[in-house]
Design a protein around this ligand. Structure first.
Ligand code: AMP
Length: 513
């Protein structure tokens, strides 16, 4: 199979060759001929499969006919995050260099002015995150009634981030007779419903079992003890044991990204840090430095795990075992991309064995240990101790906010983010809450990304939706105060300490003697 029999134009074929792509990946081989013919595509594929080119190349071919008019773009690509949107823009730059197309990148965190200029000049391609696109629409800077091709990328991630109501609003103002290319790594019921609504007799193309790890990745486990300094030492020896071109080190918490980053720096490693508390400029600069090889190691939270295209990452190190098994697949998917060899190693402490079993169950395989499997008895004892510790903590003191001790409050915040009831969500609008309720409990979105990309978009979205939400409240919404999820509300209603009740004996005057 080669690119020459997929129906691409000679100009596009030339840029594919210049990009160094010899053989189409499975999603490209199957999706490109369908997309070039103008039919809808339902692509079930993860990042790393070459799916970006599977929609960019046919779009380029089809855009060769006609030109865009001011503020009336011809194609629209929706991406869940700024990073992904920027990556797709880069793919257009690389693969569209023989085409004189105007690409407008509409993402948050950057000024409107440049984006407006691009739109005024007439953009052939708009690549946008939903929130920023809606802002431009409301400011009258953009009309979508000339859209010929719509791409919805990473739809399941859009769902995780609460963007589905925005996507539905955007789709309502698009022409009915457009072509739609729809991509998702998984097909939960909400995504299936969305696809059924927006696609017309699509060709369904599935390239890999969802949540499967690429066979080019060597996966290994390494025993570690549950002590921060010793764990960091184990990480350093893991890094030193390998001939690393570049590596991403994943931590479960932003705080630990900072700790690991500083520790590696102190030990003389060439390292950068990437997590959702950094502003867009810092994130872009760090990613660019990592891509160019200026930085060899990147300590990261899951914000970097999903979707980011950093070609040729030779190693992934999991400093922590991820709580959600799907995150493991996304993390290790940063290496071994597009058929390359990759290596992923994970530090496992005795208390991580349950989470490890969940990962192995998802992968349907056992991962090998570099230095022999731990004694099962030992692991069981450690699990028991962890359970006991957990109970002890729960019986302990409580914080003012939610009745938990600070350490627990932190893990609570992270688990709430996953279950869709974070503090950031407290500012979300009613439509978001409705969307959240209709979602299953499984949450794989990166918490940092949610607070980053989502909160800004949601805040604006909240402001936009407020009048409508007030005018027609959802019946089930009435009992929950605006902006609060049911679980959040339930938690707040739980009495802290003795609640409002003050026992009579405590009201008696205290004797001074
Ligand atoms: P994606 O899944 O779109 O994020 O692509 C993953 C990586 O594979 C990107 O770095 C692409 O540049 C690269 N890639 C895409 N298609 C091909 C191909 N046919 N041959 C080699 N590399 C490719």
């Amino acid at each position: 199979m080669s690119f020459s029999n997929l129906g691409l134009s000679p100009k596009v074929e030339a840029s594919v060759e210049a990009a160094g792509y010899d053989i189409p990946t499975p999603i490209q081989a199957q999706a490109i001929p369908v997309a070039v013919s103008g039919r809808d595509v339902l692509g079930i594929a993860q990042t790393g499969t070459g799916k970006t080119a599977s929609f960019v190349l046919p779009m380029l071919t089809r855009l060769e006919r006609g030109r865009a008019r001011a503020r009336m773009p011809r194609t629209l690509i929706l991406e869940p995050t700024r990073e992904l949107a920027a990556q797709v823009a880069e793919a257009f730059e690389l693969l569209g260099k023989n085409h004189r197309l105007t690409v407008a990148l509409l993402i948050g965190g950057v000024s409107y002015e440049e984006q407006n200029k691009k739109l005024d000049r007439g953009a052939d391609v708009v690549i946008a995150t939903p929130g920023r696109l809606l802002d431009h629409l409301e400011r009258g800077k953009l009309m979508l009634n000339s859209i010929e091709i719509l791409v919805v990328d990473e739809a399941d991630r859009m769902l995780d981030m609460g963007f589905i109501p925005d996507i539905e609003r955007i789709c309502k103002v698009l022409p009915f007779t457009r072509q739609t290319l729809f991509f998702s790594a998984t097909m939960p019921p909400e995504i299936k419903r969305l696809a059924d609504n927006f696609l017309h007799t699509p060709e369904r193309i599935e390239v890999a079992r969802p949540a499967s790890a690429a066979s080019t990745i060597t996966q290994r486990l390494k025993k570690a003890v549950d002590h921060p300094a010793e764990k960091r030492e184990a990480l350093r020896s893991l890094i030193r044991e390998h001939k690393i071109q570049n590596a991403i080190i994943f931590c479960n918490r932003k705080k630990d990204v900072g700790v690991v980053f500083r520790s590696l720096q102190r030990h003389g490693f060439n390292v950068g840090a990437l997590h959702g508390d950094l502003d867009q400029r810092q994130r872009t600069a760090t990613l660019d430095a990592f891509r160019s090889g200026e930085i060899t190691l990147l300590a990261a939270s899951d914000v970097a795990a999903r979707g980011l295209d950093i070609p040729a990452v030779s190693h992934v190190f999991n400093y922590d075992v991820p709580v959600h098994p799907e995150d493991y697949v996304h993390r290790i998917g940063r290496t071994g991309r597009a058929g390359r060899e990759g290596y992923a190693a994970m530090l496992v402490t005795p208390k991580d064995h349950k989470a490890l079993k969940a990962i192995e169950a998802l992968l349907r395989e056992e991962i090998a240990w570099v230095d022999g499997a731990p004694d099962p008895q030992e692991a069981e004892e450690a699990r028991g101790a962890a359970r006991e510790g957990g109970r002890g903590r729960r019986r302990g003191g409580r914080s003012r906010r939610n009745g938990l001790k600070p350490a627990d409050a932190q893990s609570e915040a992270s688990s709430n983010r996953r279950s869709g009831s974070s503090l950031a969500d407290a500012s979300a609008d009613d439509s978001t809450n409705t969307a959240k309720r209709s979602r299953p409990a499984r949450k794989t979105a990166d918490a940092d990304t949610r607070s980053d990309d989502r909160s800004a978009a949601r805040e604006k979205s909240a402001a936009r939706d407020r009048p409508a939400a007030r005018a027609k409240p959802a019946p089930r919404e009435k009992s929950a105060p605006k902006g609060k999820s049911r679980s959040g509300q339930a938690r707040e209603n739980q009495p802290v300490g003795m609640g409002e009740h003050v026992p009579a004996f405590m009201m008696r005057p205290v004797r001074a003697d």
